[in-house]
Ligand binder design. Structure first.
Ligand SMILES: N[C@@H](CCC(=O)N[C@@H](CS)C(=O)NCC(=O)O)C(=O)O
Length: 260
């Protein structure tokens, strides 16, 4: 059996963290911000710097072929940590969480967390995005309104309850451990992920979420949401100007999509 050559294992520990994401919307950058904010770890958020747009464009350009270690990226969010460049939101979270004390550094737990996070992002981000852009991301919402309405009807009736139900089952499982948390009896990045997923969905479909909350079937999920919201570092962040308001990003409020 061969063992890895220790000299080839590079570490970026101690290097500054940089988030590269579009300015003006919370978007997929927000999940990354929540990890840094809860951990109290400094990071450069290029969305709030003068180079915000150009930083993203530079990375996603068709001319950018990466370098000897980093393959090119397709889309933001992008994380730069030392000379490492990563994209794909769940991949960035998986990289950061153990370093920031929000996932175990040993054992299989991190894969269960990744499994939960991937599922939450499937439902509350990727599927939700398709409620306002069901035909093509390159078209305006106004050019796909009938399809958006149809898609939203099924998303509200079938998919939100399915993903809330899944989250409640995770909470009800023995693997969730003690307390309000999703896995292992302690706060992890899966809990922060759930918070942002539900917060955005509440913004986009407020009446539907209120109705589902009142059903009493997902009490654990809403309790976890409230618990995360009140974590001192998260609460301070949410109250700060660093928290960008929702707008024309993934989570959009189009009241007509909720009308019966
Ligand atoms: N699955 C990717 C999706 C990335 C993505 O779609 N990013 C958006 C911004 S939130 C984007 O810039 N998309 C441009 C495109 O896909 O052409 C992830 O989770 O990071």
């Amino acid at each position: 059996m061969s063992s890895p050559d220790a000299k080839r294992v590079k570490t970026n520990d101690g290097a500054p963290y940089e988030l590269i994401y579009w300015p003006g919307i919370p978007g997929r950058g927000e999940w990354v911000r929540l990890l840094f904010e809860e951990a109290g770890v400094p990071y450069t958020d290029h969305a709030k710097e003068a180079d915000g747009v150009s930083a993203v464009l530079e990375y996603i350009s068709a001319e950018n072929v990466g370098d000897a270690t980093n393959p090119p990226v397709l889309a933001s969010p992008i994380l730069k940590h030392g000379d490492l460049v990563l994209h794909q939101l769940p991949n960035i979270l998986l990289y950061l969480a153990p370093k920031l004390g929000l996932a175990p550094t040993e054992g299989d737990g991190v894969f269960f967390l990744n499994q939960i996070v991937l599922t939450l992002l499937d439902g509350f981000v990727n599927e939700l995005h398709d409620t306002h852009h069901p035909v093509a991301t390159s078209l305006y919402y106004e050019d796909q309104k009938p399809e958006a309405k149809k898609r939203s009807k099924y998303f509200i009736a079938e998919r939100i309850p399915k993903f809330l139900g899944y989250t409640q089952r995770v909470l009800d499982s023995k693997a969730s451990g003690e307390g309000p948390w999703l896995y292992g009896g302690k706060l992890t990045y899966a809990d922060l992920t759930l918070f942002q997923c539900l917060d955005g969905t509440k913004y986009a479909f407020p009446k539907s979420i209120e109705k589902l909350q009142k059903s009493g079937k997902y009490d654990g999920v809403f309790k976890l949401y409230d618990t995360v919201k009140e974590l001192p570092n998260i609460n301070k962040y949410l109250e700060s100007k660093r928290r960008i308001p929702y707008g024309d990003g993934i989570f959009r409020y189009y009241p007509e999509l909720e009308e019966e």
